[in-house]
Design a protein around this ligand. Structure first.
Ligand SMILES: *Cc1c(COP(=O)(O)O)cnc(C)c1O
Length: 439
C-alpha cells in the first residue's frame, strides 16, 4: 500500500483528520445512465413488490398501518438546527435544511428497514411462488398464515451485521416464520442483540469487526442447503430496496411544493457504512433527478472505507486497516473497514463527494440536534448534519464548476438521519451527556 503514502487525501485519512473530498470522476448523469448495471425499471420492480406486501405488513406490524403498510418516514424542516449551524459557520446557510427521518422508520428504527426488509420479502415471495402456495394476483395477507409459516420454518436466513441490519432482517424473518441467524460484529450494542434474542432470533456474537461477522455468516450459510445468506457486502437486492426511497422522496418533495431543477439544486448527505444504503439511495435519486441532485457520503474518521476505496480506485480491494486505521468508532452503524464490492464502482461517476466526521463531533451534533429540535438520533445518524457546512466552506470550486453559486438561495439540503428510534433511554442519555460535555 506504500504507493498511496504520498497521496494527500490518503495521508489525511491516515492522520484521522476530518477530510472533505470531491469526486474528480463525477460526470454528467446522461453519459453514464445507460451503462449502469441497474436501471429505473429495477427500482420500480422493487417499489411494486413493496406495494404488494404492504397489506401484509400493515396486518402484522400495526405501527405501519397508519401508512397502509408502506414503510416510510417523514421529511421535515429543521430550521432551529439550521440557525445553529449558521452560527457555527459564522455565515447564513441559505436555502432550506430538511431532515429525512429514517431514525423513525417503523419495524427497525433505522434506514435498514428499507433494504433489509425488502430482501427478506423478496426471498419469501420467491419461495412462496415456487412452492405453489402463492399465485400471482393473490392478496399478500395470506403470508400471515400457518401454511406460509410452515413453509418458511424449513428455511434459514443468515446475515452478518454491526447491529441495525440484523435488527431489521431478524425481526422481519422471524415474523414470517423463518429460522434466522444474525452474526453480530463486536461493535453491535448489547441492547440490539438482546432485542433480537427476545424475538427468537439466533444471535452469534463475534469479537472481531463487521467483515469477519459477514464472512462467518457466509460460511455458515454455505454449509446449509436451506439457508439464504443476505450479503451486505455484495447484494443488489438490498441496494434496490434502499433505492425505492428516491421515488418516495420525490413524492414528498412534490407534496411540499419543493422544486428540484436546474435552478433549484438538491444536496443530500448520507451516512455511509458498507455503502448499500447510501449507494442505493444515490442511485435512485440520480434516476429521478439526474444532475439536479448532488449526493455526499459521510463516514467516521476511524472508518473511511468508501472514501478510501474511491480515492485509491481499489474499492473493496482495500480496507482501512491496511493503512493502520483501526475501524473503532462510536457510530456502530458505520463501523465498516471494507466497502461493498459493487457500490463503490457504481458510485465512481455518480457521487459528488464524501467527508469524514470525528466521533466527538458526532456526539456534539447529536446533542445540538436534541437541544435545537428535540430530536433524538444515534451517533451514526448525525454524520449527515455536517455536510452542508462542508459544502459551503470547502466546496466553492465544486459549486463554481457546476454553475451553482448563484442558485444556493433556492437550494434544498437534506440530512439523512439514519437511525435512533429504538435506542434505550439510558443509552440515549449517555450519548447526550457525552456530547454536552464537549460543547
Ligand atoms: C447501516 C447504517 C448506515 C449505512 O448503511 P450502509 O449500507 O452500511 O452503508 C447508516 N446509518 C445507520 C444508523 C446504519 O445502521
Amino acid at each position: 500500500m506504500s504507493e498511496f503514502t504520498t497521496n494527500p487525501v490518503v495521508q489525511s485519512l491516515v492522520a484521522l483528520n476530518e477530510t472533505t473530498w470531491f469526486n474528480p470522476k463525477k460526470v454528467a448523469f446522461e453519459s453514464v445512465q445507460g451503462q449502469l448495471p441497474l436501471q429505473m425499471s429495477d427500482m420500480q420492480d422493487a417499489a411494486d413488490r413493496l406495494s404488494r406486501f404492504a397489506p401484509y405488513l400493515a396486518l402484522v406490524f400495526p405501527d405501519t398501518a397508519v401508512n397502509h403498510g408502506i414503510i416510510e418516514s417523514e421529511l421535515k424542516p429543521i430550521p432551529a438546527m439550521q440557525s445553529v449551524l449558521s452560527d457555527l459557520m459564522g455565515a447564513d446557510i441559505e436555502g432550506r435544511l430538511l431532515m429525512k427521518c429514517d431514525n423513525q422508520l417503523p419495524i427497525a428504527g433505522s434506514i435498514k428497514a428499507r433494504g433489509g426488509i425488502y430482501e427478506v420479502l423478496l426471498h419469501a415471495e420467491r419461495l412462496a411462488l415456487a412452492s405453489g402456495l402463492l399465485r400471482e394476483g393473490d392478496d399478500y395477507r395470506t403470508f400471515d398464515s400457518d401454511a406460509f409459516r410452515a413453509l418458511f420454518s424449513a428455511h434459514q436466513i443468515v446475515v452478518g451485521s454491526t447491529g441495525n441490519l440484523g435488527l431489521s432482517i431478524g425481526t422481519m424473518s422471524a415474523k414470517l416464520g423463518f429460522k434466522v441467524t444474525v452474526h453480530m460484529s463486536a461493535d453491535a450494542r448489547e441492547w440490539k442483540k438482546a432485542l433480537l434474542e427476545s424475538k427468537g432470533v439466533n444471535v452469534v456474537e463475534h469479537t472481531a469487526d463487521y467483515s469477519v461477522a459477514v464472512e462467518q455468516g457466509r460460511q455458515e450459510a454455505e454449509q446449509d442447503d436451506s439457508a439464504y445468506f443476505i450479503d451486505d457486502e455484495d447484494s443488489t437486492s438490498l441496494f434496490l430496496g434502499y433505492s425505492v426511497a428516491a421515488l418516495r422522496l420525490q413524492k414528498q418533495l412534490n407534496e411540499q411544493g419543493i422544486l428540484v431543477d436546474a435552478d433549484h439544486p438538491l444536496f443530500v448527505y448520507l451516512p455511509c457504512g458498507v455503502g448499500g444504503a447510501p449507494g442505493g439511495i444515490t442511485f435512485g435519486l440520480k434516476q429521478v433527478f439526474g444532475d439536479h441532485v448532488h449526493c455526499f457520503f459521510a463516514e467516521p474518521t476511524h472508518s473511511p472505507c468508501m472514501l478510501l476505496g474511491m480515492e485509491t480506485g481499489l474499492h473493496s480491494k482495500i480496507a482501512v486497516q491496511d493503512l493502520g486505521i483501526d475501524n473503532l468508532t462510536c457510530a456502530d452503524g458505520l463501523a465498516v473497514g471494507r466497502p461493498s464490492a459493487f457500490v463503490g464502482p457504481m458510485m465512481d461517476q455518480l457521487l459528488s463527494g464524501a467527508y469524514t466526521v470525528s466521533d466527538d463531533n458526532m456526539h456534539r451534533y447529536l446533542t445540538m440536534l436534541a437541544d435545537a429540535e428535540s430530536i433524538q438520533v444515534e451517533p451514526s445518524a448525525t454524520a449527515g448534519l455536517v455536510g452542508v457546512m462542508r459544502l459551503l466552506t470547502s466546496g466553492r470550486d465544486y459549486l463554481k464548476s457546476h454553475q451553482l453559486e448563484d442558485k444556493m438561495p433556492q437550494a434544498t439540503h437534506i440530512m439523512w438521519a439514519t437511525g435512533g428510534d429504538l435506542v434505550p433511554d439510558e443509552e440515549r442519555e449517555a450519548y447526550y451527556s457525552y456530547g454536552k460535555a464537549l460543547l
